[in-house]
Design a protein around this ligand. Structure first.
Ligand SMILES: [Ca+2]
Ligand SMILES: [Ca+2]
Ligand SMILES: [Ca+2]
Length: 447
């Protein structure tokens, strides 16, 4: 939103406020004993994003506590999107879907971000069965066999809940939301965001963000180091303080913070520490936090998942296996339920995590557009997960008639990225070509 747009929006908020109050008075006179339903509450606002009504737990307007929040207030107070937010996806009122898809978004990450980008497209299909196969895959037994679920499975209610969605090419049109692939160290990514990526989009987008990938939170990385990491204020690194200086120059834009992506092998103490530090920073500084780690380190049923160094063998459908010895530590990691990779962290070939993340992304955007979340505040995630058996199996949906269709597809093609020494590569437009050195010493783990 440009500054003029901001002024215009404030005017619209004022007009909307008057219109809404008038409607509420009318509603109260005409049906004092009848609870207005949620859709009616939002109907009068000429700018759907401009008004947010506080709803009581039964969905009615609480006349004693009704307040009107501008989207600015919701954004400035910050909020957390995590695994508890996913269920809100189906509850987003249409007017906030409209407002969300009209906002311009830039988000950036390595290839896991590309998985999320594809999942946002899953939601734009004409129907669930018409969505690409990469949106409809999941495990179907305790031996980690997986398949593409079919229209017949859908009709018969056999599709696992985590890959169920009700797509709509209009409602979930995300053509204003742009993904940019970027790779590098955490300091390089931060420098690039401040100097290249955000400046390229800041005039055309409303919401801007970048995410650190699991390659930034591997064992030995200093990202979580209190003295030299992302949250330290150091002259020789591009850290959160440099990022905040950029953000402060653009008060009319929304900047979202993210926890990291995770892999089966990452799960490290560094990833655990960094994500907890990010959660603490976001809470203390009223940030909007997209806690993707929380979403992907818990099963659909809510069980915590840990690293694959657990003495439990996993073999993918393609025959790749890992059987790392138990290292005696349970470190939160990407659930095996969400990837067919043995050590890596791509949200494929099975679709559960990326669908969950895409739904949460929409909830975040509706909140940024001013939605109060339906009057219910999801509990904040905690990182102290209840210990459970590692290698948690997905909920089986066993049916004797299920058959695996086709041959296992290959993993999502992984673009490679250039990181030639700074500042040369950062001065060039995005779309690098060579391979990031970190991948060289992560056997079995590719980006
Ligand atoms: Ca610095
Ligand atoms: Ca294992
Ligand atoms: Ca372990």
């Amino acid at each position: 939103m440009t500054v003029p747009m901001q002024r215009k929006r404030i005017l619209v908020v004022g007009l909307s406020l008057i219109a809404t109050l008038a409607t509420l008075l009318t509603t109260a006179r005409l049906s004092a004993d009848k609870m207005p339903d949620r859709a009616n509450v939002h109907a009068p606002a000429p700018n759907p994003a401009a008004i947010s009504m506080k709803l009581s737990s039964n969905g009615s307007v609480d006349s004693t506590e009704s307040t009107i929040d501008s989207p600015d207030a919701i954004v400035q107070n910050g909020f957390v999107i995590d695994r508890h937010s996913i269920a809100l996806f189906e509850q987003i009122p249409d007017n906030y879907l409209t407002a969300a898809r009209e906002m311009g978004v830039l988000f950036s990450d390595r290839s896991v971000g590309q998985n999320v980008n594809e999942a946002l497209d899953c939601l734009t299909a004409a129907s669930w069965a018409n969505a690409p196969a990469s949106c409809r895959r999941d495990y179907y037994d305790a031996d980690w066999n997986w398949k593409t679920f079919s229209a017949a499975d859908h009709a018969n209610g056999l599709v696992p809940a985590q890959i169920l969605f009700d797509p709509d090419p209009v409602k979930y049109n995300r053509s204003n939301w742009t993904f940019e692939f970027k790779g590098g160290s955490w300091s390089q990514l931060t420098q690039d965001f401040i100097q290249v990526l955000a400046p390229a989009y800041v005039d055309s987008k409303d919401v801007l963000s970048y995410q650190f990938s699991y390659l930034n939170v591997d064992a030995g990385d200093d990202i979580a180091d209190p003295a030299t990491g992302f949250f330290a204020d150091t002259p020789n690194k591009y850290d959160v303080h440099d990022l905040e200086a950029y953000i402060a120059q653009h008060p009319d834009k929304v900047f979202v913070f993210w926890t990291s992506s995770l892999a089966r092998g990452i799960g490290t103490q560094v990833s655990t520490d960094f994500n907890n530090e990010m959660r603490q920073y976001a809470a203390e500084h009223n940030k909007i936090l997209f806690d993707m780690a929380d979403i992907i380190e818990h099963t659909h049923e809510g069980a915590a998942c840990y690293d694959n160094r657990d003495g439990v063998e996993y073999c993918s459908g393609g025959g790749n296996c890992e059987n790392h010895p138990d290292d005696g530590q349970n470190l939160l990691a990407l659930c095996q339920n969400y990837t067919t990779e043995v050590d890596g962290g791509h949200l494929g070939s099975v679709s559960g995590a990326k669908i969950r993340v895409a739904k949460a992304f929409w909830v975040m955007m509706a909140r940024i557009a001013g939605w109060d979340g339906g009057g219910t505040v999801p509990p904040t995630a905690t990182s102290t997960a209840t210990p459970t058996v590692t290698g948690t199996r997905p909920a089986d949906t066993p049916t004797p008639t299920m058959t695996v269709t086709g041959t296992p597809p290959t993993e999502t093609p992984t673009p490679t990225v250039t990181l030639t020494p700074l500042p040369t590569s950062l001065a060039t437009p995005p779309r690098p070509t060579a391979t990031f050195a970190a991948e060289m010493y992560l056997p079995g783990i590719s980006n």
